[in-house]
Ligand binder design. Sequence first.
Ligand SMILES: C[S@@+](CC[C@H](N)C(=O)[O-])C[C@H]1O[C@@H](n2cnc3c(N)ncnc32)[C@H](O)[C@@H]1O
Length: 192
Amino acid sequence: MESFNHISNFISTKASEIEETFDLGDLTVKYGLQSFRYGTSDYLEELFQTLTLTDNTVFYDLGSGYGRVILYGAYHFPKVQFKGIEIIEERNDVCDQLIGELKLKNIKTYCTDFFEVDINDGDIFYIFNPLHEAMYEKLLEKLKSVASKKNITIVAESKCDVFDKTEWLSNYKTIDYDIDIRKKVKFYRSVI
Ligand SMILES: C[S@@+](CC[C@H](N)C(=O)[O-])C[C@H]1O[C@@H](n2cnc3c(N)ncnc32)[C@H](O)[C@@H]1O
């Protein structure tokens, strides 16, 4: 794969094949009551331009899907560590396949529920609407526990209202989608 466009096209093709095979009932039996909707960012370049990444940065995608965001990061920023947590095996397998083919050393995935993973080493958390509304409080508790030990950055895409309402987060940049005003990418710093 010569450029990230090739990688992105490969992911799109795989995603359209795989998404067609899913049945909501089967997914619920296998993984429990989760939100399984899939979507991915159209703003990768701007997203990564906005972030301050150092050699020590650990970037998490909570609900990493096919890994498009972390693969973009790992491909362009070889000194930064990228971690993705995705509950659906078929989606995560595509990411793992690409990590192997591209021989990327700075990226790792966990195919499990992100509530079960220790994310205390994380500095930046990218969150593209992975949960049903009622579960965000639990996620915010988990993130607050990380933020009580060091400053963290949260990037929320599409579902930002819960982060806007969180008193220990401060929004410092917003990217608006052109067409649908409800959809945004918002950047927050912890202020604990
Ligand atoms: C909207 S997609 C975003 C995919 C990816 N972040 C991207 O932007 O390309 C949300 C993903 O979160 C996953 N997800 C939902 N609940 C999860 C959980 N508790 N643990 C891990 N992954 C989860 C879904 O399966 C889905 O693939």
